[in-house]
Ligand binder design. Structure first.
Ligand code: PBE
Length: 310
């Protein structure tokens, strides 16, 4: 080998050795640059949204919360239950749907969310959430004797899905519930006149209605309150916890509620307080509770939740 050739070979070997040492051989480059891009995108952008760890609930006194806890037991679900409120639950639903995220909420009908979004009830093969329910008007003992016309108004008060739906839609657009009740009454005078008995004259007498801030209760309570106010009663509406609503009426501290869900959802309350209250009549038939998801969520049954839980 000539001296020149030897130098060239030595140079080539040294360069190759230096490249290996510095770790910047051409084979390494694409791996270092591309890998993080490929790996980070799916984890950051998709995964957190497309799994379930919590069911978004409402106020702890609601019957549907007890039913959901039972469902978690019965189906052995690997998810928790968040306490919130009807309004907070629909806000969460709105935000999740805007991003096509997966979400499970405690849901019920009648409720305006079914008109606002494409939703589905999850199948409940163990029937933890029960079947069809009715919504009752429940009064304190003695209301009939003290205010017979108010009692009769309650006996007559019953409405359809379209009627309560119209009030709930107005309330979902604008939370001026009293004004919405007045407006609905103005547009449905014939329906309302059927409910109003002879002699509904308040002359300033006080009537206290209790409710929980559920959209269906806000609709029915505000409509009853507006009718009574128009007839000259001094009406108060007090939002409370579901347990307080039942116990206060049982103790005679308030006059009535229009949001007793029977026989299932408020079955435990009825068992506890039933002897001390008066179930006056039914204001709505065909109510239902369950777990509700946006229809794009890829599961249809409560039994599938664990497959999608993280
Ligand atoms: N709800 C609406 C109530 C009754 C009315 C279904 C949220 C509950 O679960 O007690």
């Amino acid at each position: 080998m000539s001296k020149n050739k030897l130098m060239i070979v030595t140079l080539i070997l040294l360069t190759a050795f230096a490249l290996v040492l510095s770790g910047c051989g051409p084979a390494d480059e694409p791996a270092e640059v591309e890998e993080p891009v490929d790996v980070e995108e799916p984890t950051d952008v998709e995964e957190p949204e497309k799994s379930i760890s919590m069911i978004t609930g409402i106020d702890p006194g609601a019957g549907i919360m007890a039913a959901t806890e039972e469902a978690i037991e019965v189906y052995g679900l690997n998810v928790g239950l968040l306490e919130a409120s009807d309004a907070a639950m629909t806000a969460e639903l709105d935000a999740a749907i805007a991003n096509e995220e997966w979400i499970i909420v405690t849901g019920w009908s009648p409720h305006w969310k079914f008109a606002a979004w494409d939703l589905k009830y999850l199948e409940d093969p163990e029937e933890v959430f029960g079947g069809e329910e009715y919504i009752a008007n429940v009064a304190r003992q003695g209301l009939e004797e003290d205010h017979p016309a108010v009692f009769e108004l309650l006996q007559n008060f019953s409405w359809t899905d379209d009627e309560i739906g119209a009030v709930m839609d107005m309330n979902a657009q604008d939370d001026n519930f009293e004004a919405n009740a007045d407006a609905w009454i103005g547009e449905n005078r014939d329906v309302v006149d059927e409910w109003i008995p002879e002699g509904l004259e308040g002359n300033g007498e006080e009537i206290e209605i209790l409710l929980v801030n559920w959209d269906c209760a806000l609709a029915s309570t505000n409509v009853m309150a507006a009718i009574l106010r128009e007839a000259g009663y001094d009406v108060s509406m007090t939002p409370v916890d579901a347990g307080v609503m039942w116990s206060s009426i049982a103790e005679g501290d308030a006059d009535f509620m229009t949001t007793a869900w029977l026989p299932g959802t408020h079955g435990a309350y009825m068992e506890e307080f039933g002897d001390d209250v008066v179930e006056v009549s039914t204001n709505y038939e065909g109510a239902r509770i369950g777990l509700v998801v946006p229809s794009y969520v890829p599961f249809n049954s409560i039994t599938e939740i664990n497959d999608y839980a993280d």
